[in-house]
Design a protein around this ligand. Structure first.
Ligand code: ACO
Length: 181
């Protein structure tokens, strides 16, 4: 197949099927159909999609990667105590990354790194936003390497954070501070 030409664009309603399929393929956790509806309609969720312009025309707008995130209030988050802002201010926000994925055929091209950079740019552009953060399951070495490489700080290990098929797994909490954290 030809050399990929990766472009980034907002996720839109026509992405619904592909988005659900990729999430089902890549994640051990099931997401409600309401989650996908919210993503494609931009309801409470911000997202970026990656596509390969060099695919045949019927596939050249098909998602090959995505990142989804939500704005949360810092004081209601679990990392409120890890910020250096004035805790009496109630207008402080954070960007919580919900899901990040790249389909197998497009891995190791820097797509996930670019998607993360978009989230960091977005978070930095919101004056009251102090950080972007995420959870990752403790055995996911490629993702952990990526977050370390992108200068996220691993601030916690959460015992039994995930419950998958009746088994508990730990998670790491990674934070990237913006706007003075
Ligand atoms: N040429 C060659 N290699 C490159 C290039 C390039 N131009 N650019 C980056 N790379 C290397 C990087 O150095 C990195 O290598 P390293 O791990 O040795 O440091 C590697 O490629 C991966 O970086 P990216 O290419 O940016 O990442 P990728 O697009 O392959 O996606 C991801 C990584 C998202 C973890 C992918 O493996 C995936 O979808 N996995 C399954 C789902 C998943 O685990 N998602 C994250 C869960 S956590 C959460 O969702 C909050």
């Amino acid at each position: 197949s030809p050399r990929p030409i990766i472009c980034f664009r907002p996720i839109q309603p026509s992405d619904l099927g592909t988005l659900e399929k990729i999430h089902g393929d890549l994640f051990p956790i099931r997401y409600e159909s309401e989650f996908f509806q919210n993503v494609v309609n931009g309801r409470d969720i911000v997202s970026w999609g990656a596509i390969d312009r060099n695919q045949p025309s019927d596939q050249s707008d098909e998602l090959v990667g995505f990142v989804t995130a939500r704005i949360v209030l810092a004081k209601e988050s679990e990392i409120g105590d890890m910020l250096s802002y004035d805790p009496s201010r109630s207008d402080q926000t954070l960007v919580y990354i919900l899901t990040l994925g790249v389909v197998e055929a497009y891995r190791n091209l820097g797509i996930a790194a670019s998607l993360i950079r978009e989230v960091i740019k977005y978070a930095s552009s919101i004056p009251n936003c102090r950080a972007t953060y995420l959870h990752v399951i403790s055995y996911n070495n490629p993702a952990i390497r990526l977050y370390n490489k992108m200068s996220f700080k691993c601030v916690r290990r959460l015992q039994g954070f995930y419950l998958i098929n009746g088994q508990h797994y730990d998670s790491y909490l990674f934070v990237y501070y913006v706007n003075g954290g």
